[in-house]
Design a protein around this ligand. Structure first.
Ligand code: URA
Length: 220
């Protein structure tokens, strides 16, 4: 009782059986293509994102969800604490989406979005939004949100009267998808993991603002 052990040096045995230490934490960034479920299994046998990382032996879980037809940055980890920090809105970790849309766009749409849109009876305030100029004439909007209701970004677009043609998550807090092709994945380096923790903990300090994004906090 009360005996201290040195992790990585001491062996702990119970009735002669070695008790294995905690599994090392792994952090994976995947560029999810459409057509894969953000889950670990599917009762209908549809392919999940785990099919895309067969080399990873640890049991990892997707952090938050991307719809079946959505694409882009998906983290997978066995670190439940970080997963919680990144998905609970109180930590205000912003996820950025680039959405190809169809429908009429009006110049005050961005203001309408930023003033809050009621989704399922709750007013949601995107952290930022802007239209993107695309060389191929596709209408594109960038939306940053720190909340995670199901189909949130699609619902925000629908509320403005747009049809969603493609939805790509490009950022999660300080992490960006850039350089990772669709269907590819890589391990995060320790600096990236630290940056994610730091962002979440800094977001939590702003908890007193009632979950509103920084663009909704007044000094008065
Ligand atoms: N919002 C959506 O509507 N879909 C996603 O996949 C992610 C965010």
């Amino acid at each position: 009782m009360g005996q201290k052990i040195v992790p990585g040096k001491d062996e702990v045995c119970v009735e002669g059986q070695q008790v294995s230490g905690a599994e090392p934490k792994v952090y994976i960034m995947l560029n999810k293509p459409p057509g894969y479920l953000s889950s670990c299994s599917d009762p209908f046998g549809r392919p999940t994102v785990l099919y895309l990382i067969p080399q990873v032996k640890q049991r990892v879980y997707p952090v938050g969800r991307l719809d079946l037809d959505s694409e882009g940055l998906l983290l997978l980890t066995n670190d439940g604490t970080l997963a919680y920090f990144l998905t609970h809105p109180k930590y205000q970790v912003v996820k950025e989406y680039v959405v190809d849309i169809e429908g009429e766009t009006r110049h005050d749409d961005i203001n309408r979005l930023l003033s809050g849109i009621v989704i399922d009876g709750v007013k949601v305030y995107p952290d930022y939004a802007r239209f993107l100029r695309s060389p191929d004439n596709i209408k594109r909007i960038v939306i940053g949100v720190h909340e995670g209701q199901k189909h949130l970004v699609k619902q925000l677009c629908f509320a403005l009267g747009y049809d969603v043609k493609r939805l790509l998550r490009t950022k999660m807090g300080p992490l960006s998808l850039s350089g990772l092709d669709s269907g590819k994945w890589r391990y995060l380096d320790p600096k990236e993991v630290n940056a994610l923790y730091k962002t979440a903990l800094a977001g939590q300090e702003g908890e007193h603002n009632g979950g509103k994004p920084k663009n909704q906090i007044s000094d008065s």
